[in-house]
Every structure is written in structure tokens, then in C-alpha cells.
Design a protein around this ligand. Structure first.
Ligand code: MV4
Length: 447
């Protein structure tokens, strides 16, 4: 097992990894930028190392500074959290070259699944359902137009290296397609250094379902069931839950098994998420694979009892998965609300600044993951998520009522947060009914 883990991240996920290390009796070192100096979660690590100024490019994204921090503190592993360098195969490779264990997949597995064209090809050969479209990368616009004719409009152009909605264009006719393919390719080249694009059938309305998976270095892989993340705005998730409501048991079983098969085939060691769209006839289509621990991992932890972050560390250290697929029995229902320092009444404008009041909810079935306390100042340099409120109960209806109760216990001020919006959503009939699609929240906010 590792002696010392360096945490190459900040905020709530840094604290989540600190907690996992403590429970595994592993020392941890947390890096921080000047903007995060003095943050209370840093004193919960065994050591904290300042790695640079507020700008992420000169701190949390600066590979030489992170490696230097690991070497100076004799850390034998690095946990990247989510965001920043978590899905950067070059960083994973530099860690390997420096004989520091990257707590995540090998650079090869990360590159294979991180590229959407190669992930989709692997999915096809693993009988994981995908949208009909181009056989891999488009290199001829006339050929692309032929494919689009065959599958029928609308189609969507996507960047192989994109993710989370970046580099996508919907095409409703051949004119759109001819314009969008070269524009998308140029944009992708500028943004990701990879101009590869592909096309597939565009689905107008769907739910976003994702399967949590985890593999070890001995060729074993299991799934931890699915989450529904359809409540989102501009590709930012607001609410996630598990299990996904109103999914036929047979479909759920198929998609979860398919996701586990995919990462087994990739010889993937670590935690990953396989994303799908679910159409109104309950057909699944794979979108992409996230090769990191995700923000919303707690809802899966709550229904399965598996500690995903501890398991990430164990498998990175070469341990076999400590459970078998048949031992994973989902129980009850979990919901997570993301508490962001944003004003939902003013187009979700970021609201950084000092927090004077920070009253956190508690009681049965409530989990509150946050690095914030009263007296903390939310820096303006990073993501606006300041807390995650997670509840677990026997049924979805009970979980919604419990979330409503917990949201009324939560008081954060004077900065604005997404809390009042979440309170409204827990009383919303369509949300309570369950099965809302990925466009529902944006439609609701306009109305
Ligand atoms: C799609 C799609 C419809 N059809 N692909 C957006 C993020 C990226 N992961 C893939 N995305 C989409 N891909 C096809 N073939 C609709 C979306 C999409 C979306 C997906 C998940 C969650 C929210 C979304 C919001 C808008 C569009």
C-alpha cells in the first residue's frame, strides 16, 4: 500500500480524498495555490504545499510543479480528483516516468477511452450500443454527406477529443453539414490539438444515464449500477440520482453489464463512468467514457455502500477489487443537489466572496460534502461548486422529501447559492414524477 498520497486538486474533492486516505491510514499531502492559502481543509491533510499563484495554469495544471511537490514530500502516488489534470494522459505518463503511481487508469487505457472515436469503436466490438454514424473519423465531406443521407437528418458533428458538450454541432440538412464539419474540425484542432470529428444520428430528446464502473489490475471489472443526470443546464449538472427512475429492469441489467464488459476489454484499472442517452423507447446509446471519479459519485456510494475513492486507491496500489459483482446489491434511492455559489435569479452569475453564515443540514440519511465553513471566502478563480448535499432513503419519494427537509436546514449567506432553486425543484410535479429529459430544466427556467 502507499505510504503517502499527494492530492493534485482543491476544494470538496481534495477533502474527499483526504478522508479516504485517513480511513486507509495513508498519509496525505495536499497542494494549494495562493488563492487557496489558509483554506480549512488543508489543515486536515498531513502536509500542505503551495505550488503557485491563483491561475490554474500556474498551479493545479502545472505538471512540473506537481511532480516537484510529490518528490519533495516523498509521495508515492498522486490522486488527481476530477477536472484539472484528471483526464490528461500525458500527466499520467509523466507520473509513470517519475515512478509515482497515478491513481487512475494507465495512460494507454485513458487515451483509448478518452478519445470518443476509439471508445466508440471499442464499444461496437463489445456490443455496447452506440448511435449509427460515420465509421470513425471523417476525412471526406462527400462521404460524410452520404452517411448522413443514409442515417437521416438531424445528425450531430462531434470532436473526437471533445467532451461534456464542447465541440458539438447539430446539422438539420446537407448545407448545415458541409458548413459544420470543417468549422468543427478547425475549432477542435484549436481547442484540443486534435481536429478529428465524426458524425452520428442526433437524438432530439433523451435522458442522460451513466454507469459507474471500476476495474482492477488483475483484469476484473464490475459495475456499481447507474445514475440519472438529466437535470442539467448548459452541460452543468444540477441534480443526480441513483437508481435512474422508470428504467425497465431488463434494460438496466443490459446497459450495466455492457459498461462493465467495455472497461474489462480496455483492461481498465480504476474508476470510470460510461455515459449513455436513453430514448423514449428505452434504447440506450453510449456517448463517451469519463476516466475519473465524478462529482456525483456519492449517490452511487449511498445506494451500494461502496467507497469509490478508497477503492480507487486500493486498485491503484495493485489490490484486487475487494468485492464481486454479485455482492453489489443496490439499496434504496439517493439524490445529490449541487450547491453552487451562483445566483439562479440572475442567469447563474458566479457569486464568489466571504461566507458569514454556513448552517449545514444533518439527521438520518443526510450527507454533506463540502470544504467550506463560516468565515471561508469563496475564491473567484475556480469552479463555483461549494458543496454537495446528498440524501439516501428507502424510496425515491422519501428521498425527495428528505432532500426538501435538508435543503430547508441549509443556510448559506450572504453569497447567493443554488439552494433556493433546489428547494423549488423538490416541490416540482414533473421532477417528483421522475424521468425528465436533458432539456427539461432549461425549459422550466425559461417558463
Ligand atoms: C448527443 C445528443 C443527441 N444525440 N448525441 C452533450 C454532451 C456530450 N456528452 C454529448 N451530448 C449530447 N450528445 C447524439 N447523438 C445530445 C447531447 C446533449 C446532452 C447530453 C447529455 C446531457 C446533456 C445534454 C445536453 C444537450 C445535448
Amino acid at each position: 500500500m502507499f505510504n503517502r498520497v499527494l492530492i493534485a486538486n482543491r476544494g470538496e474533492i481534495a477533502l474527499r480524498v483526504i478522508r479516504a486516505c485517513k480511513e486507509l491510514d495513508i498519509e496525505c499531502v495536499c497542494v494549494y495555490s495562493q488563492a487557496d492559502a489558509g483554506a480549512p481543509y488543508l489543515s486536515m491533510a498531513d502536509q500542505a504545499v503551495c505550488i503557485g499563484p491563483a491561475a490554474a495554469a500556474e498551479s493545479y495544471l502545472d505538471i512540473p510543479r506537481l511532480i516537484a511537490a510529490a518528490e519533495i514530500t516523498s509521495a508515492d502516488a498522486i490522486h488527481p480528483g476530477y477536472g484539472f489534470l484528471a483526464e490528461n494522459a500525458h500527466f499520467a505518463e509523466v507520473c509513470r516516468d517519475c515512478r509515482i503511481e497515478f491513481i487512475g487508469p494507465s495512460p494507454e487505457a485513458m487515451a483509448l477511452l478518452g478519445d470518443k472515436v476509439s471508445a466508440k469503436n471499442l464499444a461496437k466490438s463489445s456490443r455496447v450500443p452506440v448511435f449509427p454514424g460515420s465509421e470513425g473519423e471523417i476525412d471526406d465531406i462527400d462521404e460524410a454527406a452520404q452517411i448522413a443521407d443514409k442515417i437521416g437528418y438531424p445528425v450531430i458533428v462531434k470532436a473526437a477529443a471533445g467532451g461534456g458538450g464542447r465541440g458539438m454541432r447539430v446539422c438539420r440538412n446537407e448545407n448545415d453539414l458541409r458548413k459544420n464539419v470543417s468549422a468543427a474540425s478547425q475549432e477542435a484542432e484549436a481547442a484540443f490539438g486534435n481536429g478529428a470529428v465524426y458524425i452520428e444520428k442526433f437524438l432530439e430528446s433523451a435522458r442522460h444515464i451513466e454507469v459507474q464502473v471500476i476495474g482492477d489490475k488483475h483484469g476484473d471489472a464490475v459495475h456499481l449500477y447507474e445514475r440519472d443526470c438529466s437535470v442539467q443546464r448548459r452541460h452543468q449538472k444540477l441534480i443526480e440520482e441513483a437508481p435512474a427512475p422508470h428504467v425497465e429492469p431488463k434494460r438496466r441489467d443490459e446497459v450495466c453489464k455492457a459498461a462493465a464488459k467495455l472497461i474489462k476489454k480496455a483492461e481498465y484499472a480504476g474508476a470510470a463512468t460510461v455515459e449513455f442517452l436513453l430514448d423514449d423507447k428505452q434504447n440506450f446509446y453510449m456517448l463517451e467514457v469519463n476516466t475519473r471519479v465524478q462529482v456525483e459519485h456519492p449517490v452511487t456510494e449511498m445506494i451500494t455502500g461502496v467507497d469509490i475513492v478508497k477503492t480507487q486507491i486500493l486498485v491503484a496500489a495493485g489490490e484486487p477489487l475487494p468485492f464481486r459483482q454479485r455482492e453489489i446489491k443496490p439499496r434504496g434511492h439517493a439524490i445529490e443537489c449541487r450547491i453552487n455559489a451562483e445566483d439562479p435569479d440572475h442567469n447563474f452569475a458566479p457569486c464568489p466572496g466571504p461566507i458569514h453564515r454556513f448552517d449545514v443540514p444533518g439527521g438520518p440519511g443526510v450527507r454533506f460534502d463540502s470544504h467550506c465553513v463560516a468565515g471561508y471566502r469563496v475564491p473567484s478563480n475556480y469552479d463555483s461548486m461549494i458543496a454537495k448535499l446528498i440524501v439516501h432513503a428507502d424510496t425515491r419519494r422519501d428521498a425527495i422529501r428528505r432532500m426538501g427537509r435538508a435543503l430547508r436546514e441549509l443556510e448559506i449567506g450572504p453569497i447567493k447559492t443554488t439552494t433556493p432553486l433546489h428547494r423549488r425543484l423538490m416541490d416540482n410535479h414533473a421532477f417528483i414524477e421522475g424521468g425528465v429529459d436533458i432539456h427539461w430544466l432549461e425549459r422550466m427556467l425559461k417558463a
